[in-house]
Design a protein around this ligand. Structure first.
Ligand SMILES: Cc1cc2nc3c(=O)[nH]c(=O)nc-3n(C[C@H](O)[C@H](O)[C@H](O)COP(=O)(O)OP(=O)(O)OC[C@H]3O[C@@H](n4cnc5c(N)ncnc54)[C@H](O)[C@@H]3O)c2cc1C
Ligand SMILES: *[C@@H]1O[C@H](CO)[C@@H](O)[C@H](O)[C@H]1NC(C)=O
Ligand SMILES: *[C@@H]1O[C@H](CO)[C@@H](O)[C@H](O)[C@H]1NC(C)=O
Ligand SMILES: *[C@@H]1O[C@H](CO)[C@@H](O)[C@H](O)[C@H]1NC(C)=O
Ligand SMILES: *[C@@H]1O[C@H](CO)[C@@H](O)[C@H](O)[C@H]1NC(C)=O
Ligand SMILES: *[C@@H]1O[C@H](CO)[C@@H](O)[C@H](O)[C@H]1NC(C)=O
Ligand SMILES: *[C@@H]1O[C@H](CO)[C@@H](O)[C@H](O)[C@H]1NC(C)=O
Ligand SMILES: *[C@@H]1O[C@H](CO)[C@@H](O)[C@H](O)[C@H]1NC(C)=O
Ligand SMILES: *[C@@H]1O[C@H](CO)[C@@H](O)[C@H](O)[C@H]1NC(C)=O
Length: 620
């Protein structure tokens, strides 16, 4: 069957409704021909892609096609039940980094979702905005209009915050601020109604060190001790993914919203510098086809794959493109540069006197696991309400609260030569210019009490996770093949700026102090890794280097929304410089990584982008 989807006027609407049927639906390529035209084509159906698709399709006269590399999930327990969390079937595997120079040439996995809903189907569910200064930095770096104050309306629009019940709130020291939350948005957010007794030890130990409880971790102050908010629907205690909140939720009312799964977008098709459609590949048969976009092609393939698609389409550093025989459409040196992520350090303790139950009990005690599953299955508070192996509390602090050595750390950052830190040390001048501006802001953040540099989360069992969330190092994503089915080279550039190791070390040492407080010491913690019993700082540094992971699956910033002369790729509306009809909407457009998990910021950014897109086509 062939049909042409047109969007304007009553006639078109009738034709559209007839040809499309009554519901939004998953389609296969037999429904399309090379001449099929949608108003908008969205390359990548992850968090940003589905958010934008849902919003654009609110107008019944607008047709939207999302092309997604992965399948629909099957609502497996590993997807839906937080305590049964098992993302492996929907991860992009294998996907690896290049050998990391500052980490002895080690190669690391690159965690990405590959499924309708993207990261929201496979992620650990944590739902926290960052501090206001991070979004304000975006605004200062060229993403004008993306400050905290500008985004707050979109954070609220995106979510339904489900308040915990009064008794649980009181007994668990929970506070929040209604004024920063939304109560009618698509994304369901909640706090787990279950907790382990060790949380109180962690909380009180942290308090005894002068750490302050956060009033609300989502109110623009990204520091303090707080409870993990999760994208869990409290009515069912199941994952609320973008597939659920921006597709399933609206299928009955959106015949103009199609998703083509299991299909790779290979490249954007241009007429001159105007994007007019995409070429895609059926992943089973490798058959190539194309589909046309009347208004805009929106690239939402995530921070690893959006720059890959742009580069394969001739948008990127001209020398790279030419070396692979790709004719440049626009020479944009920033495409694929500026890769950022959070460092992760697992710190393990043996607790000789721990409380039961704890964040390791589901894994270590089958009797307990069976009991808890029965509670979960009968809708009672259960350890299965928490993402497996995680606890409820997190501590996020500015540098000065982690260490008294702020001055030497800041001096170390200031003493670096930015040019020598990027790639092979001969960066494009525009990219270098943007990097220098970023460093200035980050160094100023290291010197305030507002900006968290990282966090500590103890699961109340064997695992403590330390995150360093304000990196000065930068990596890159670069194609090494003209095939979309080959992975790009992913270089995290981890620790290319040695300051990052000092920041991680400061958090690690503060965690040792925390473990030594009276409240934690009664549990008998004995460090088993990464530096058990070691006091020599130089040895600790080396051990941290071998134990850390350069990615917390928070990749971003590879198509930065900055000025073109600063290595930017998209303008403040997300439009790719030098093109027409082409934009990017996902975490790849952030200028710098935020200090929290990315999810709520991706949802909110996509809400804002959807409004910008609607406005430029007179749809708002
Ligand atoms: C294991 C894991 C745990 C995480 N935990 C958390 C957490 O607890 N809290 C938090 O805030 N964040 C977490 N994140 C990060 C968060 O999920 C991501 O930052 C977020 O999903 C990014 O959104 P996005 O729209 O930019 O990209 P994605 O959601 O990754 O979507 C991109 C989509 O594009 C598709 N795609 C790629 N290439 C192509 C192509 N060529 N053609 C068609 N489609 C393509 C992909 O398959 C994917 O579905 C986690 C991520 C992972 C992987
Ligand atoms: C890929 O091609 C096969 C064979 O034609 C077809 O059955 C399948 O539906 C196609 N996949 C998609 C997602 O269109
Ligand atoms: C492809 O979609 C058509 C409807 O458009 C449907 O009849 C057919 O069964 C689908 N094919 C596959 C392989 O899913
Ligand atoms: C809550 O705070 C009180 C007072 O600081 C403390 O005694 C109690 O242990 C805390 N409980 C939890 C669960 O954090
Ligand atoms: C950081 O330390 C200062 C000084 O002790 C204190 O006032 C502030 O509350 C601390 N911040 C946090 C988030 O704990
Ligand atoms: C459709 O377009 C693809 C290229 O994108 C081309 O390979 C294929 O031959 C075209 N099919 C038809 C029927 O024209
Ligand atoms: C861990 O703790 C147990 C007691 O709970 C003890 O028997 C064991 O030796 C400890 N192991 C290590 C490595 O410290
Ligand atoms: C295992 O769980 C059961 C049920 O909750 C509990 O009674 C038992 O004490 C636990 N065993 C250990 C070793 O903690
Ligand atoms: C890049 O691709 C070439 C050709 O396919 C291959 O020989 C080379 O090993 C690749 N380089 C890396 C670093 O993967």
């Amino acid at each position: 069957m062939q049909f042409l989807l047109v969007s304007l006027g009553a006639l078109a609407a009738t034709v559209g409704a007839h040809a499309l049927g009554r519901f939004a639906r998953a389609i296969n390529s037999t429904a399309l021909s090379n001449d099929t035209t949608y108003d908008f084509i969205i390359a990548g159906g992850g968090i940003a892609g589905l958010t934008v698709a849902d919003r654009l399709a609110e107008d019944p006269d607008v047709s939207v096609l999302v092309i997604e590399y992965g399948p629909f999930d099957q609502r497996e327990d590993g997807v839906m039940i937080p305590g049964a969390y098992f993302p492996v079937p929907y991860l992009w595997l294998p996907l690896s980094s290049t050998p990391q120079k500052a980490l002895g040439g080690a190669v690391y996995g690159v965690p990405c979702g590959r499924v309708v809903g993207g990261g929201s189907v496979v992620n650990a569910l944590f739902f926290h905005r960052s501090g206001a200064e991070d979004y304000n930095a975006w605004d200062q770096l060229g993403a004008t209009g993306w400050s905290w104050n500008n985004l707050l309306a979109y954070f609220r629009k995106s979510e339904t915050f489900n308040r915990p019940d009064a008794a649980y709130t009181a007994s668990h020291n929970i506070t929040w601020d209604d004024s920063v939350h939304g109560f009618k948005g698509p994304v369901q957010a909640s706090l787990a109604p279950y907790d382990y007794p060790g949380s109180a030890n962690f909380y009180n130990g942290a308090r005894s060190l002068g750490m302050r409880p956060s009033k609300d971790p989502n109110n623009g102050d990204g520091t303090g001790i707080f409870r993990l908010v999760r994208t869990v629907d409290p009515k069912t205690q199941t994952r609320n993914s973008a597939r659920i909140n921006h597709y399933d939720r609206v299928t009955e009312s959106r015949p103009n919203y199609h998703i083509l799964p299991n299909t790779a977008v290979k490249r954007i098709i241009f007429e001159g510098t105007t994007a007019v459609g995409v070429e895609y590949i059926n992943r089973t048969t490798s058959v190539k086809s194309m589909v046309r976009a009347k208004k805009e092609v929106i690239v939402s393939a995530g921070s690893v794959h959006s720059p890959q698609i742009l580069q394969l389409s001739g948008i990127g550093p001209a020398p790279l493109l030419k070396s692979l025989g790709i004719k440049p459409v626009v020479d944009l040196p920033g495409v694929g540069q500026n890769l950022q992520d959070h460092l992760v350090l697992a710190v393990n303790y043996n607790y000789t006197n721990n409380l039961f139950p704890n964040g390791g009990s589901l894994q270590s005690n089958t009797t307990y696991a069976t009991e808890q599953r029965a509670l979960y299955d009968t809708q009672q508070p259960s350890a299965y309400d928490l993402t497996a192996t995680t606890g409820n509390l997190m501590i996020a602090l500015p540098l000065r609260n982690y260490t008294s050595k702020t001055s030497p750390i800041i001096s170390l950052a200031q003493s670096q030569d930015p040019a020598s830190l990027l790639g092979t040390g001969n960066p494009d001048p525009t990219v270098l210019s943007g990097y220098k501006k970023q460093r200035k802001l980050i160094i100023s953040h290291l010197n305030t009490e507002a900006a968290a540099i990282g966090s500590i989360s103890w699961n109340t069992g064997p695992a403590t996770s330390i995150y360093m969330t304000r990196p000065l190092s930068r990596g890159s994503v670069t194609i090494n093949s003209t095939s979309i089915l080959s992975d790009p080279l992913i270089d995290f550039g981890a620790l290319s700026d040695p300051t990052d190791l000092e920041l991680l070390l400061a958090i690690y040492l503060k965690n040792r102090e925390l473990m030594a407080t009276k409240d934690m010491a009664v549990l008998g913690p004995i460090e088993t890794s990464p530096a058990p019993g070691i006091e020599d700082i130089e040895v600790i540094r080396e051990n941290l280097k071998s134990a850390l992971t350069p990615s917390n699956a928070h990749m971003c910033c590879t198509n930065a929304m900055m000025r073109r002369e600063d290595g930017g790729v998209v303008d403040k509306e997300g439009r790719v410089y030098g093109t027409r009809g082409l934009s990017v909407v996902d975490a790849s457009v952030w200028p710098i990584v935020v200090s929290s998990g990315p999810m709520p910021s991706v949802y909110a950014g996509a809400e804002k982008a959807a409004d910008l897109i609607k406005r430029r086509y007179g749809l708002l």
